[in-house]
Design a binder for this molecule. Structure first.
Ligand SMILES: Cc1cc2nc3c(=O)[nH]c(=O)nc-3n(C[C@H](O)[C@H](O)[C@H](O)COP(=O)(O)OP(=O)(O)OC[C@H]3O[C@@H](n4cnc5c(N)ncnc54)[C@H](O)[C@@H]3O)c2cc1C
Length: 414
């Protein structure tokens, strides 16, 4: 039976959900406050990563985070402040950073990622959004880094995700388009990359063609409820958007929207930056992560995007120059033909990753309201998991099972 689905937020998660609901024959309205920026959806590194089966909350992360906090150029930073949400988030992060949590989460993250990758590959047969299925290189500057990555490769293979450990020469043979100064790499052949803005524009075109409604420059300010049901989304224009089902897909802004419904989503915004070189001196063909520096490099058409940092410092709009310097310093260390000067005049982009403390998305129904589906908190994997999230939202809207073992781990009420 066709119903009216109202989607709160037009980032990659909201738009992927909208398309999936339209395909199921529903009427869909997407409400987006800031269509030019779209949260973290446009300037991200564009990687689709079945290799990322380890959630952010993992053994060793707390110690590494504390060490990194001392350096203004480090890739990870938590601004210490007396804020109850941050304190409880930190405690939950610390409690979740266990081997048992990683072992429980990895098969679910793998299954979601592989399903998402397939959906991307299927869509790319009909639409062009820059999907390149050439894998991902985890570049290691040091032998120590390579030894650590080799451990991840071993775990990946145990989960059925192919991973190859390569020395510097074999890495150079795989991507001869770029000069590298490294000890070696781990190659994940199933990973891919794409151009996030082209994916978003493809979704918008398909949504409109299927009769979906997109309300741009409209902010959701709250909800009108009747008993346990949401009746309408209240908006900045004064219009109330009534619907049968509502989908929360507002990225890092999600917790504030549902607070009054009694749903407490523990989440911090993880700010990251990217810089896109329009005419790089060399154009790698395979996307890469500079492992020790935690910096991503993604070819996008003829340009090269460099991105990184995870700054947990609230939703402030300041640009931390020192941290951008940290990103830029890493580039010539791995790609020696690149120079700091190449980035002169390139404006940094930033976005807020929606980060739950246990590193797993919030995806599912909630006790807070009978007709509300939560689809947020994808942290570093929102682009990667967008198509499968849309698919799952469609199933949940139709009260079907999500279709993934261990799915209850993603419950927004956990
Ligand atoms: C530097 C960087 C690199 C990254 N690289 C990758 C990568 O390679 N691969 C990957 O998978 N992920 C990556 N990510 C993470 C990815 O960008 C996010 O996980 C993803 O964008 C989350 O999607 P979303 O739709 O949930 O949130 P967002 O992209 O933030 O979208 C939320 C949308 O909701 C709208 N909104 C919010 N509140 C309201 C309101 N009240 N009313 C109306 N609209 C509202 C916002 O304007 C926004 O458009 C990266 C992130 C960063 C910062």
């Amino acid at each position: 039976m066709s119903r009216h689905i109202v989607i709160l937020g037009g980032g990659v998660i909201g738009l992927s959900s909208a398309l999936a609901c339209l395909k199921r024959g529903h009427r869909v309205t997407v409400i987006e406050r800031d269509p030019q920026r779209r949260g973290a959806s446009l300037g991200n590194a564009g990687m689709v990563v079945p290799s990322h089966f380890v959630p952010l909350a993992a053994p060793g992360m707390v110690a590494m985070g504390l060490k990194w906090m001392l350096s203004p150029e480090s890739p990870f930073y938590i601004k210490p402040r007396l804020d109850w949400d941050l304190i409880t988030w930190g405690l939950k992060f610390w409690r979740a950073s266990t081997k048992a949590h990683v072992e429980r989460s990895a098969p679910l993250l793998r299954d979601l990622s592989l399903a998402s990758r397939k959906l991307y590959a299927d869509l790319a047969e009909k639409e062009e959004f820059g999907l390149v299925k050439k894998g991902l290189l985890m570049l290691c500057k040091t032998q120590h880094g390579l030894d650590e990555e080799a451990q991840t490769a071993k775990k990946a293979r145990a989960l059925g995700i192919p991973a190859e450990i390569l020395d510097a020469r074999a890495t150079a043979e795989l991507d001869p388009a770029v000069t590298m100064d490294i000890a070696g790499s781990v190659y994940f052949p199933q990973d891919c990359h794409l151009q996030p803005d082209r994916y978003v524009n493809t979704l918008l075109r398909l949504i409109r063609a299927a009769g979906g409604e997109v309300l741009d420059e409209v902010e959701v300010t709250g909800f009108r409820k009747s008993g346990k049901r949401v009746v309408a989304a209240l908006t900045s224009t004064g219009d109330e958007i009534a619907g049968d089902e509502f989908v929360l897909a507002s990225g890092a802004w999600s917790p504030g929207l549902v607070h009054d419904l009694g749903l407490r989503l523990s989440m911090q915004a993880g700010k990251g930056y990217s810089l896109t070189l329009p005419a790089p001196v060399e154009l790698p063909q395979i996307c890469a992560i500079f492992t020790e520096a935690r910096v991503a490099a993604t070819p996008m058409g003829s340009s090269l995007r460099i991105g990184g940092t995870m700054e947990i410092a609230g939703m402030n709009e300041t640009v931390a120059r020192r941290r951008i310097e940290g990103i830029l310093k890493a580039v010539p260390q791995y790609y020696p033909r690149f120079r700091r000067e190449h980035f002169e005049g390139v404006a940094p982009w930033y976005g807020f990753r929606p980060c739950p403390p246990d590193g797993l998305p919030y995806l599912g129904r909630t006790q807070a309201a009978d007709n509300l589906v939560i689809a947020t908190g994808h942290g570093m994997m929102g682009l990667s998991l967008a198509p499968v999230t849309g698919e799952v939202v469609g199933r949940l809207v139709d009260r079907e099972p999500a279709g993934f073992d261990g799915f209850e781990m993603l419950s927004p009420d956990r």
